[in-house]
Design a protein around this ligand. Sequence first.
Ligand SMILES: Cc1ncc(COP(=O)(O)O)c(C=O)c1O
Length: 403
Amino acid sequence: MNEREIIDSENKLMANVFAKKPIVIERGKGAIVWDINGKEYIDCTSSYGVALLGHSHPKIVKAVCEQAHKLISCHAGFYNEKRTEFLQKITGIAPKGLDKAFLSNSGAESVECAIKLARRSSSKPEIIALMGAFHGKTMGALSATWDKKYRDPFQPLVPEIRHIPPDNLEKAREAITDRTAAFLVEPIRGEGGIRVPPDGYLQGLRELCNEKGILLIFDEVQTGFGRTGKLFACEHWGVVPDIICLAKSLAGGLPLGVTVAREDIMSKFKVGDHSTTFSGSPLVCAAASAGVDLLIEENLVERAANLGAYFKARLSDLENKHKAVKEVRGMGLMLGTEVKFDVLNTLLKTAEKGVLILDAGRNVLRFLPPLVIEKGQIDRAITVLDSVLGEDENARTSGSSPN
Ligand SMILES: Cc1ncc(COP(=O)(O)O)c(C=O)c1O
């Protein structure tokens, strides 16, 4: 099929729920992807944070190929060595004291599990989330997601999931009732615009939860696994949650969600309380184990911290140069640039010039490159963004709207 046929066919046959860019991506290596015409792009999206280890990393490919020849699926009603191996690895690296896991297939599912687990283990119904939060789009996760445009068409949502203003400990304290089971929080809000909490906020929430006997759930679906320059973002503030939700980058590109909790909490789930047919398939677990090994062997967390600091400094140069740039935010290789205009056109223009960037809301450019991105590739991405911001500025001052 040629490019046009693929685009037309996907548009016709697939539910029209994704804001698609007119690019047919065919293959990838490290931080580079190529489209069907052979055009090269620097991928600062990692497929929304999934390809954290780089596209088609040879060690992931090897692990997947070897396992595919042996056994692809094995229901969790049976035992499997690859699953056991991954469970040992993930509980080995999870924040201290979190040592029992449920395996699913996506970020939303890892949040669904956390919500059910909080209700089950506390026998209380209420979950408190933050305004601006994004936790996924299945009904439970959607109920904890803030944006009205995602929520309103699907009301009524799951009851007793409420939102409070972020970064405000007084509001958190006031929100607690005798029905509160848990706070559900992204340590750094991703979709909400790469919002880093002020120092003291997450520590304060932890203390509040301890004082009131309430669970603290961290959604690290986007921030986890080295993305922010620590293995888990909560380490930046030395805070350990009771339950952590992980997904996106865990299995080298394959779908995997993991909810890890303290043993005494996870043990409140009884047989039949929660399940999914694909839970911990040997194929996905083989990829995920290889991913954990890679992250450690190749010092990718440290690399994210160092290259992240470099990338952020280069973005800050653009902030100083272009009036339309308001602020640069983020940690490690999870970065955002807030601008004074709608970013959609900018993303299309940088793509045209060979750099893929994400949005986070209407006016934030979001950068989630693979941790294996090279300095030279960051420089190339900055050069392209610089020129597009310059063109937009010229268009604005000459009166024709770029967006
Ligand atoms: C913090 C957070 N939680 C949950 C999700 C939902 O993950 P998924 O799209 O895999 O369901 C996302 C997705 O972007 C996310 O960023």
